[in-house]
Design a protein around this ligand. Sequence first.
Ligand code: SAM
Length: 341
Amino acid sequence: MTAPMAPAGTRPPDPSSIVRLSTSYWESQTLLTANRLRVFDTLADGGRTADEVAAVLQLDPRGTALFLRACAGLGFLEEVAGRFQNTPVAATFLVSRSPAFMGNVIKYSDQLYGAWGQLEGSLRAGKPALPAETYLGDDPARTRGFVMAMHERALGIARVLVHVLDLQGRRSMLDVGGGPGTYSVLLTERFPGLRSEVLELPGVAAVARELVAAAGASDRVTLRDGDYHSSDFGTGKDVVLMSGMFHRESEATCRGLIERASACLEPGGLLVISDVFTDQGGALPTFAAMFGLNMMLTAPDGGVHADADVMRWMGDCGFRDMRMVPLPPPMPHRVVLGVRP
Ligand SMILES: C[S@@+](CC[C@H](N)C(=O)[O-])C[C@H]1O[C@@H](n2cnc3c(N)ncnc32)[C@H](O)[C@@H]1O
């Protein structure tokens, strides 16, 4: 692989990103497999040799040694005197008893690995590789897995979001497509007096009810079975939250949802739209552009929007004082806010 000569004074194109990206799935699959096998739980109480890990997990010893060293190369394990142990990042985020465990989010990515392998087919057919109904109610196990992944992810995002949003004095929130209800639980906890109604598909709402009850929040967060395309949004709300659902919908549907949010809000009511958004042009941040493909693979109208477009749609609907707040890393989310006059 010899790069052609570059004109004097210019740098030749660098193929490093091509080499790295054409093999990055090795690294993804190593993490997904380690999470699936519960390697990090196996090492949670102390270091073990590769042979010991292989025996506990019923794996081939030679391959296990290579696999554990690959995990060490990724920064999740370290090998000390022949024994493998979790690094601090693995102990914090990859061990199931840790309060910051991310294993269900990783498991959801694992389930989508096959769908990404069908990217070409999805592009040709113009259809998702994975029917959305599978994880939105039809398959109870996958639905539960999806809700738990959203819950874990929301715990991270919402703990940041509650400090970005000032809902002091607000009393009645509608959480459209509120998933596990995690945002509603944390926001009503931070702002006493606020009550929230979560509008969700029945299969998801059933799991969410369990999570809300387990959080001791059933008196302030209620779940309503429904379909946000057709269910009544009610009236008299002073906050509408639409988190992580615009990426499932077309511009026309998003505009319709903004109009219905406006109609259910009192004057002065706040519309909060949180999602992964791109900059104008749609290519950056890179994660957001990739996220658009991920949604194309998993929802019929799935994709990604630019936050500036969403603010324009809100403006067209009469909202004012629009602003965008990016959540701090590692959250790739941005929050768009607007007030109903
Ligand atoms: C990515 S999740 C976001 C969940 C939650 N708002 C959050 O941010 O954690 C999108 C949610 O929209 C819900 N959803 C999708 N289509 C829906 C519909 N037609 N009616 C109601 N909810 C829907 C899904 O069940 C899912 O919980």
